[in-house]
Design a protein around this ligand. Structure first.
Ligand code: MOS
Length: 727
């Protein structure tokens, strides 16, 4: 274990003392306050909008609607981004495409005057019939371009099996809703905007803002240094950000816009409501012979959102005949966006519930059933795994949760009045790596500075960069300085898809290695080392030393001073190796749950939760465990509590607040543990990491459903598992 593997979170002090500056907190002279007024219908047109009273209210600087907006230049020929279609062009016309869609921006000189003025705006609508209920239009799905139907072996081959399971599962809409609200301070310097905003991708935000305003991305400055969580909602540039920019341009003053909590449920994406059909077939002995996985998910009327809901079913088990189908159906809502464990979190609920159901039908232990169908290689890509320690995860979890106390027959274990149930669910997520630049600098004060525009939405990216930089150079971690989360630095990736450590960590590693080479070259010309062959020189702890004679050494600071250099700098871009393409690289996780259920009250207690993961090398135990705890809690919310309830008569959410939209708190989980296999992946990247953020959540919801079944014999196929469903 390296000495940096347990360093404290480097941004911890700033965060707990309040000195970390979040976007809306930047001191901005002359800042004006803005808010968005939302539509009160889900579909139709704005017939009239009365802004007069608001405009005349004290302190009001501007009221912007579709009637008076200066349309950004890029509205004419919008560019397509990623797999999304056309993002909502705010204030473009009189159309309303979802409930609470912004119809006006109100800007005033104080927060209170802005709020008051916004309350004076009245709109009349030409209402049209809206569609917000996926169940009613589920047959109207279309296949997204990048989610073609997949078949291996016989199409729907499960139907020919000796033992068949066919079931349908649903997950409701869930919202990210991080503690820190979506927020922005926008300002312009001529035609160049600066945004302090909640973004998971500085460079991505620069590009999309550049597109909307018809200016080069390089002219857009983005600062997103600290984030109070995001979970995926920061992966999209949202209409509120564009609105603030339009407003700031109009009044020629900086504008601050912070969404209300209610708007976080309607305007910044969500995990989409998804209906899934599973068909599994096996021999009587429990060998899987067929697997069909179909998903129908919602998107919005103006963007095609898709995610890898059915992907895991193609490779996680050894099965000759596999079919997957994925459809999306437009509804009159805001566009969904990736939410932690996107796709796989939804897919694993159906797959891992169905696996448990089939194991029960076969009267097999669910883990024995999975081991019998263990995939020795990736049958989808027909490639070997780069590494796979899923069996170690099973073993580690079984021991910790006390799996030996589980009985196959539901309802057969009790603790006093409580029914006891054990369940598990498997998770996985791809290991991606994006091209990433890192600038590394040695300074004459003995510090190592690492710069990258990637941000840290909370997982500990800065801590990971510090640990790797310190490990490679031997510079003590307290002398490593990280500069990140803003444009102008070496270009980093979007933080998402569990890829940050693999992408940015590798770039830190490579830049630091190159920096050492450069330091050795420079030092080899120094008086002290000029007779030592360069191949005999090594860098450690800030000094260059002869490997054969440690008395021959010179500190890097001395070398810099002798050469009259203030710093030694390397900027380098790293990307995935060609070798890596020959392998299938995935992280794996298994969540284990012990529930206690009161059969009279329906109360479900999480007595013990164990989350095990094969994420390759663990760079930092503390931040990785923190990620795993947090992700698992997200999965518990998915399993037991979270659901955005829509009143379909009006197409609007009912529980758009934290009193009614429930998420787990400490008291909801009695004992939680984390276990990492912590074995290096030989292929993924120089550190051998595989990614963690998503697998921390994927597989938890089915683990709970399976435990609930084991305790009660009641199978809940519609999340969340609230007590009414088991009474
Ligand atoms: Mo994650 S859903 O890629 O922020």
């Amino acid at each position: 274990m390296s000495k940096t593997s347990n360093i404290n979170r480097v941004d911890g002090f700033a965060k707990v003392t309040g000195s970390a500056t979040y976007s809306a907190e930047y001191k901005t002279p002359g800042v004006a306050y803005a808010c968005l007024v939302g539509s009160t219908i889900a579909k139709g047109r704005i017939k009239t909008i009365d802004t007069k009273k608001a405009e005349w209210a004290p302190g009001v600087l501007a009221v912007i609607t579709h009637l008076n907006v200066d349309k950004p230049a890029g509205y004419e020929q919008p560019k397509k981004r990623d797999n999304l279609g056309q993002p909502l062009q705010i204030f473009k016309d009189d159309s309303v495409r979802y409930y609470d869609q912004p119809i006006a921006l109100v800007i005033a000189d104080t927060f209170e005057r802005m709020q008051y003025a916004a309350s004076l705006i009245k709109a009349d609508y030409l209402k049209e019939d809206h569609s917000t209920e996926l169940e009613k239009v589920k047959d109207k799905g279309k296949t997204p371009e990048r989610a073609k139907d997949y078949h291996r072996g016989v199409e729907d081959g499960y139907k020919n099996a000796e033992v068949i399971l066919e079931e349908e599962y649903t997950i409701p809409t869930e919202v990210h809703n991080p503690m820190e609200l979506a927020n922005i301070i926008a300002k312009w310097d001529g035609n160049k905007p600066t945004l302090y905003t909640k973004s998971q991708g500085v460079e991505g935000t620069r590009r999309s803002v550049g597109d909307v305003f018809g200016i080069p991305a390089a002219d857009v400055s983005v600062n997103s240094e600290y984030l109070g969580g995001a979970f995926g909602m920061g992966l999209h540039t949202w209409p509120y950000e564009i609105a603030a920019l339009i407003g700031a341009k109009k009044i020629n003053r900086p504008v601050k816009l912070v969404l209300h909590r209610e708007q976080m449920f309607t305007n910044v994406g969500f995990r989409p409501y998804t209906i899934q059909k599973m068909g599994l077939g096996a021999t009587k002995e429990g060998k899987l012979t067929g697997l069909t996985h179909e998903a129908i998910a919602m998107t919005s009327s103006y963007e095609d959102f898709m995610e890898g809901t059915v992907n895991m079913s193609r490779f996680i088990y050894d099965c000759a005949n596999v079919s997957t189908r994925y459809r999306i159906v437009p509804l009159d809502t805001c566009t969904p966006i990736w939410m932690r464990g996107p796709g796989e979190a939804t897919g694993s609920f159906a797959l891992e519930s169905a696996m448990d159901e089939l194991a029960h039908k076969l009267d097999m232990d669910p883990i024995e059933f999975r081991k019998l169908n263990y995939a020795e290689k990736d049958l989808e890509q027909n490639k070997p795994w780069s590494s796979k320690y899923l069996l170690e995860c099973y073993e580690g979890g079984m021991e910790r949760i006390g799996w030996k106390n589980r009985k196959n027959k539901p309802g057969s274990v009790r603790e006093g009045e409580w029914l006891v149930g054990y369940g598990m669910g498997t998770g996985t997520f791809g290991c991606y790596r994006s091209p990433t630049s890192v600038k590394a600098k040695f300074l004459t004060n003995g510090t190592l500075v690492l710069q990258c525009s990637v941000n840290d939405m909370g997982p500990g990216t800065a801590t990971m960069m510090t640990a790797i930089g310190a490990d490679v150079t031997g510079i003590p971690s307290e002398n490593v300085i990280i500069e990140m989360g803003k444009s102008g630095l070496a270009k980093g990736p979007t933080q998402g898809g569990s890829a940050t450590t693999s992408s940015v960590g590798s770039a830190v590693n490579d830049s630091c290695q190159l920096l050492i080479t450069k330091a050795i070259e420079l030092a080899s010309k120094s008086e002290a080392l000029k007779n030592v062959p360069i191949t005999d020189l090594a860098f450690a702890n800030g000094s260059i030393t002869s490997k054969k004679d440690s008395s021959k050494r010179v500190s890097l600071v001395e070398v810099l001073n002798a050469n009259k250099l203030e710093e030694l700098v390397v900027e380098n871009e790293s990307k995935a190796s060609e070798e890596a393409k020959k392998y299938s690289i995935y992280s794996f996780s298994v969540h284990f749950v012990k529930v206690l259920i009161n059969p009279n009250l329906g109360k479900i207690r999480l007595a013990h939760v164990v989350s095990c993961a094969d994420i390759g090398t663990v760079i930092n135990q503390k931040t990785s465990a923190g990620q795993m705890y947090g992700g698992a809690v997200g999965g518990i919310g998915m399993g037991l509590m979270e659901s955005l309830e829509i009143d379909h008569r009006f197409g609007r959410p009912i529980n758009n607040n934290f009193a009614d939209y429930h998420v787990p708190v400490n008291a909801d989980i009695e004992k939680q543990e984390v276990f990492f296999v912590n074995k290096k992946d030989p292929i993924s990247n120089p550190m051998g990491t595989k990614g963690l953020g998503e697998t921390a959540l994927v597989g938890m919801a089915p683990a709970i459903a399976n435990a609930v079944f084991n305790a009660t014999g009641i199978r809940v196929r519609d999340l969340p598992i609230t007590l009414d469903k088991i009474l």
